[in-house]
Ligand binder design. Structure first.
Ligand SMILES: Cc1cc2nc3c(=O)[nH]c(=O)nc-3n(C[C@H](O)[C@H](O)[C@H](O)COP(=O)(O)OP(=O)(O)OC[C@H]3O[C@@H](n4cnc5c(N)ncnc54)[C@H](O)[C@@H]3O)c2cc1C
Length: 458
């Protein structure tokens, strides 16, 4: 078996694009990556601010269920940069109330038993209502999950008689953490499918944090490997137009340079690893005759805000991810505890996911900070009132991950497209882990597989 050396242009330097580039270089392809921003890593990027602090696009954690991202990290010799945390999910509520979900080392599904028995926050009727509904979550067939794409998670929850308190106190922060969407705005399928993945295997929901910034501890080693293998890496260049041949295949790309010039780029094959809204912007009209692209046009994206907040005193001692159903900080962490490079002495350095963000994203930064700060006073009534904010940075992403609204899953597509020299990658393309770090890496691997298969010659 031989492979003919071909050139692939990868557009989009997030983890889907970078993974695909890495794979293709290993298969002896010539690869050029074009990224519009100064930094690589896309939704999982980081940059230093004027005072030298790393600012991240958003709070990112690994789950034990991930596989292909770990394979990539092991290959790059950076797997040890993940710091695994105690296997417990802590919920923090208004007026300082708390509850936890802990799992133990028993074969699935028995590892979940303490979760049901030991939790003191929900009463027995409420816990029983959830226990009765666990069957379809744990043992649902793929077909069953697919059918649940027609309804919202809130509808599914109520249809199965699960207590409403579990919806507002347990599932609300979960779906907001998962896709920054409330249970009424997200399809039941993704919630059940992801919950099933996490619940079936004991270690699947274990959470890990990177040692420090993703830029330093993942993107940089990955980019270095790409460059070492001969890959060309071009940042601050934006794909602005796709020129076509008469058969709808790509003739060339028009790319905008930092000084506003348009240059033309050509290759044997093109891989677009763009967020869905950016893909929609550059998709030529004539591709809309294919149902593949018609569906992609329908997919929307979710807004999200991240708040980085430094305080002069330590507010929490929880060295893990933290959930909260009250207010607009469904998931957060004190990075000064979770992330060794961000360690501070007796101070906190929070990273909050602020969601749902549709009503908050247009507020001035100081109003967002005040809103979150007020919520934090209620969650930590003992410590927060004694602390002062020393620094805050707001990062707004108006279109982040794709929106898994009911009826959207049918629009997700395989990486191979009807256009003969185009392949797609990204969380919205089909793979089991949706729009996540693992999903991005998987989609990059599947896209590389599709390109390699297309060019394989006997
Ligand atoms: C706040 C937040 C928190 C998250 N937390 C987690 C988490 O804890 N765990 C988890 O697994 N996942 C998490 N995710 C999801 C995860 O970040 C994404 O699923 C993943 O990074 C998507 O990677 P991607 O390569 O598909 O897309 P992207 O990262 O969006 O990469 C696409 C790239 O294309 C570039 N681009 C766009 N238009 C053009 C153009 N015209 N020309 C050239 N380049 C262009 C962009 O600049 C970007 O770099 C989170 C996401 C967000 C927003």
């Amino acid at each position: 078996m031989v492979y003919k050396k071909k050139k692939v242009i990868v557009v989009g330097g997030g983890f889907a694009g970078l993974t695909a580039a890495h794979r293709l270089l290993k298969e002896n392809y010539e690869v050029e990556i074009i990224e519009k921003r100064a930094v690589f890593g896309g939704k999982w990027s980081a940059w230093k601010d004027a005072s030298g602090d790393w600012i991240e696009t958003g709070l990112h954690v690994f789950f034990g269920a991930y596989e292909e991202i770990f394979d990539l990290m092991k290959e790059l010799n950076i797997y040890d940069r993940i710091h695994w945390k105690e296997h417990v999910l802590t919920y923090t509520l208004d007026a300082g109330e708390r509850f936890e979900f802990r799992t133990i080392k028993l074969p699935s599904p028995f590892h979940l038993l303490p979760t049901v028995f030991k939790n003191h926050y929900f009463n027995w009727m409420e816990k029983l209502s959830l226990a009765k509904a666990l069957g379809p979550i744990l043992f649902g067939s793929r077909r069953y999950y697919d059918e649940q794409d027609k309804i919202t998670y809130q509808e599914w929850h109520r249809k199965h008689g699960i207590a409403d308190k579990m919806l507002s106190k347990m599932f609300l922060p979960m779906t907001l953490a998962l896709k920054f969407l409330a249970p009424k705005d997200i399809a039941a399928k993704i919630v059940l499918d992801v919950s099933g993945t996490f619940l079936r295997k004991n270690s699947a929901s274990r959470i890990g944090f990177l040692k420090g910034s993703p830029d330093q501890h993942f993107t940089a080693p990955l980019l270095q490997d790409i460059v070492n293998r001969g890959g060309q890496v071009v940042n601050e260049h934006k794909l602005s137009k796709v020129n076509l041949n008469s058969d709808d295949s790509i003739a060339s790309l028009l790319v905008e340079t930092p000084d506003g010039k348009q240059i033309t780029k050509t290759a044997d094959h093109y891989l677009f690893a763009l967020p869905i809204h950016n893909l929609q912007k550059v998709m030529p009209e004539s591709w809309l005759k294919y149902s593949y692209f018609q569906g992609l046009k329908q997919i929307k994206s979710v807004p999200v805000v991240t708040l980085h907040l430094w305080t002069d005193k330590a507010i929490t001692d929880i060295n893990n991810i933290i959930f909260s159903p009250d207010g607009n900080i469904p998931v957060y962490a004190d990075m000064s505890l979770t992330t060794p490079d961000y360690q501070l002495k007796e101070q906190s350095r929070f990273q909050f996911v602020v969601a749902p963000a549709d009503e908050l994203i247009d507020l001035p930064d100081d109003e967002i900070v005040s809103h979150v700060w007020r919520g934090l006073q209620g969650i930590f009534p003992e410590t927060a009132p004694k602390a002062q904010i020393t620094k805050s940075v707001v990062v707004k992403v108006p279109r982040s991950v794709y929106w898994p609204a009911p009826g959207t899953d049918k629009f997700r597509v395989p990486q191979k497209t009807p256009v003969k020299n185009l392949t797609l990658a990204g969380g919205y393309t089909k793979q089991r882990f949706y729009d996540s770090m693992e999903g991005a890496v998987r989609s990059g691997n599947r896209a590389a597989d599709a390109i390699i298969a297309a060019h394989k010659i006997e």
